[in-house]
Ligand binder design. Sequence first.
Ligand code: NI
Length: 268
Amino acid sequence: MSPGAPALVETHCHLDLEAYDGDRRETIRRARQAGVAGFVNVGFNLESSERSVALARENGDFWASVGIHPHDAREVGPKALATLRDLGSEPRVVAIGEIGLDYYRDLSPRSDQREAFRRQLRLARELRKPVIIHDRDAHDEVLRILGEEAAGLTVILHCFSGDAVMAARCLEEGYFLALGGAVTFSNGGRAREVARMMPLDRLLLETDSPYLSPDPYRGRRNEPARVALVAEKVAEVKGVDVAVIARETTRTAIRAMGLTGLTAGGPS
Ligand code: NI
């Protein structure tokens, strides 16, 4: 980390993807230099969940989340759940996800998506792990199913795309919200409104790399170093120093996901 750069946690990235096969180490190094003290690499199917666990084993500042994305809902049978249970029991696996509903792309039948979502929420309860939620155009059903299945769980809504009214409802439920590149987009007014009203003890920062690159890199491959741009925009919107945003959101990430060994001052 460069001296003086505030420590940040990248709470959602997919650095296991092929998109980084040519320069994964460089990409990680750039992020560390930009102040990223911790990374949560998030699985979206069994293979990427396994790769996420491998990254967390190899890097002291990486943690993993394991789960099956709604696009692959049909894979979530007894065998896949058994594999997720094994992976989810690994010490550096800090969450189950990303799981949820995607009614925008609708790549799986919605009834299958709901069933896969419920099964993985139950697994998270069994393993006592937080959940990382993917929600696209399915706000009401996501909140309904969470209401039915997520009692006692730490819930993180990743890449939060609801409005301030939904955010307020999530706060009431005790959920954490994660914001990414959308806060920097010219049409990202809704995300900025959410950033403005979110208390820092419930707000997480992420990039969702390689997707959703913040401005001025929109449309290009994203990378975790750019979580610093998300932090800067959130600081600007809230009228708070970026060092405060970094320190508080890092504390929140450590608390939400139990990132053992990480402090708001960097890895110990
Ligand atoms: Ni993602």
